[in-house]
Design a protein around this ligand. Sequence first.
Ligand SMILES: [Zn+2]
Length: 156
Amino acid sequence: MFDMPRFRGAPRAAVRRRKPQAFGAAERVHPSEERRSQQAGLLQRALQADNVLSQVTDAVRFVDCGDNFETVGCPHCGTDVGEWWTLAMEAAHDQQFADLRATTPCCATTVSLNDLVYSWPAGLARYTLEVLNPGVGSLPERVHQRLEQLLGSRMR
Ligand SMILES: [Zn+2]
C-alpha cells in the first residue's frame, strides 16, 4: 500500500517545519558517492544545517515535505486535483512508478505526476538530500544551481 501524505488545510504560514526538509529530488538519478558527498557538504554549509542526509533508493518513491504537504494542482488549469491525485498515485505505485504519465480529470491534460503543482516541493525520485534543522529558511538560487551542476540533472 502506498504511504499517502495527509492533506492539510492550514495556511502556509501557520505550518511548522518539524520534520527534515526534503530539498533535492531527481527522478531516476543515482549519482556517485563522491557527487553525493559534495552536494551534502555544499548544502550543509549553505544552509547552516545540523546535518544533511543523502539517500538513494532502489525504486522511485514519492518524496514529500513532511508536515508541509497541503495541496496538488493541475499545471494546466490550476484546479485542485487532490482527490484524483491520491488514486493516480496508487495506480502509479502499483506499477512501481515505471510510467508517471496521467490524464487530469479537470481539463484532460496528459501530465507527469512529477509536474503537478505541489504547494511545497514534492515529487518522485530515487535520490534525495534531506536537510536537518536548517539555519536558513530557504535554499538560495545559486546553491540550487550548483547542486544541479554537480548532479547533471534538474533538482527540486
Ligand atoms: Zn486541469
